[in-house]
Design a protein around this ligand. Structure first.
Ligand code: ATP
Length: 358
């Protein structure tokens, strides 16, 4: 019996609802597989924790989760706390020190889901976006002075390092190579940003030499939004900076039918630290507590987690169960136009796991 230690950080808003659902599904997979076990530790960090303790997680928070095999994260955000505090105080406070520099975001049109793009199915839209997750525009370099006075000034400096760009390019080229089409698009903005983005392009060209079997092209981020909408079938693996990929992946999630479906893995490829898996949506306070949050993004993130742990069979089984459930409109939550509740979708996935989807 192989036992994995999982740290669950549900966070705020619908985070709690979808992570509870995700853990139910994870335990169902363990039961079905028979030879794996998940010991899940829960951490109540997030906005509510901040209101009590003045910080999003305890000072030794990272030490508490450093030795877990993986982290399952919900969402952090609170209507009464500024977003930059919730983001930097928890999510980025884990991602950056744990060097989870590759943020991986698959996008596909799952069975039964209609894309807002006309006639687009899984055949035309099956992408994986790699977001640089450790530096760039979110490096945290900058400052604000003379607050409130007419002389007030502020900077956010996008910081790119050769080591940081090389490793994300190498990760993206290797991922592209592992997929059938072996196709990579490098997103850039080197026409307007003539220092760091030109270095980004140069390094892409250098790393490409290590992957002669991968076909690659370069795309300005503005033109990329058009290509994603107008010619989705020409894309497969995509690599972009922290900010560019943040924006492009929300567009991708919308094109795939709902923000509630899209998953993410924050990967530390060297496995020095645990990697963290989360749905890409936020706290969604407009639907919190109503029991209607779509748990599919969390389920799919759990598939990515199983994959990362090397449990390929369990990952494939869970993905198949998810696809069986999305194929049935009666099991769609309201964000997909259905009437199902979080619990209905969760129960159906668990039934499929135990059912005849061998
Ligand atoms: P945050 O500030 O934490 O990112 P937000 O509310 O601004 O939160 P999201 O949580 O990403 O942003 O939600 C955007 C919209 O998408 C909301 O209307 C929300 O109800 C909807 N939404 C997001 N996730 C889900 C989900 N899992 N199921 C159903 N609807 C969702």
């Amino acid at each position: 019996m192989k036992t994995y230690k999982i740290a669950a950080i549900p966070g705020d808003g619908i985070g709690t609802e979808v992570i509870n659902a995700g853990i139910e599904v994870l335990q169902a997979i363990a039961t079905r597989e028979g030879n794996i076990k998940f010991d899940v530790d829960h951490f109540d960090w997030g906005g509510e924790y901040y209101k009590k303790h003045g910080r999003m997680m305890p000072e030794n928070g990272r030490d508490q989760i450093r030795n877990h095999d993986a982290i399952l994260f919900g969402s952090a955000g609170h209507p009464e706390i500024p977003d930059h505090i919730t983001l930097w105080g928890l999510r980025l406070a884990i991602c950056q020190p744990f060097d989870q520099y590759a943020n991986v975001r698959p996008t596909r049109i799952l069975p039964g889901i209609t894309s807002p793009l006309r006639n687009v199915t899984d055949k035309e839209l099956n992408w994986i976006i790699v977001r640089e997750n450790s530096e760039g525009e979110y490096a945290g370099v900058g400052g604000r002075v003379h607050q409130g006075s007419p002389l007030e000034a502020a900077t956010d400096v996008a910081m790119f390092t050769r080591a940081g760009v090389e490793r994300i390019m190498r990760f993206a080229f290797a991922l592209a190579r592992s997929r059938p089409r072996k196709l990579l698009t490098v997103v850039t903005k080197s026409n307007a940003q003539r220092h760091a983005m030109v270095m980004w392009d140069d390094i892409a060209k250098e790393i490409a030499l290590e992957f002669p079997d991968v076909t690659w092209d370069k795309m300005l981020v503005d033109a990329m939004t058009m290509r994603m909408v107008m010619r989705p079938e020409t894309l497969d693996t995509i690599v972009a900076t922290n900010l560019h990929a943040d924006i492009l992946s929300d567009l991708a999630a919308a094109l795939a039918g709902s923000l509630g479906i899209a998953p993410t893995g924050n990967i530390n490829p060297e496995r020095t630290f645990p990697s963290m898996f989360e749905p890409i949506h936020g706290s969604a306070f407009d639907i919190t507590g109503k029991g209607i949050a779509n748990p599919v993004g969390t389920f799919w993130s759990t598939v990515m987690m199983l994959d990362h742990l090397g449990e390929k069979g369990a990952a494939a089984r869970l993905m198949k169960a998810i696809e069986c459930v999305t194929a049935d409109p009666k099991l769609h939550t309201p964000d997909l136009g259905g009437k199902a509740r979080t619990a209905d979708t969760t129960k159906a996935v668990i039934q499929k796991i135990h059912g005849a989807n061998e």
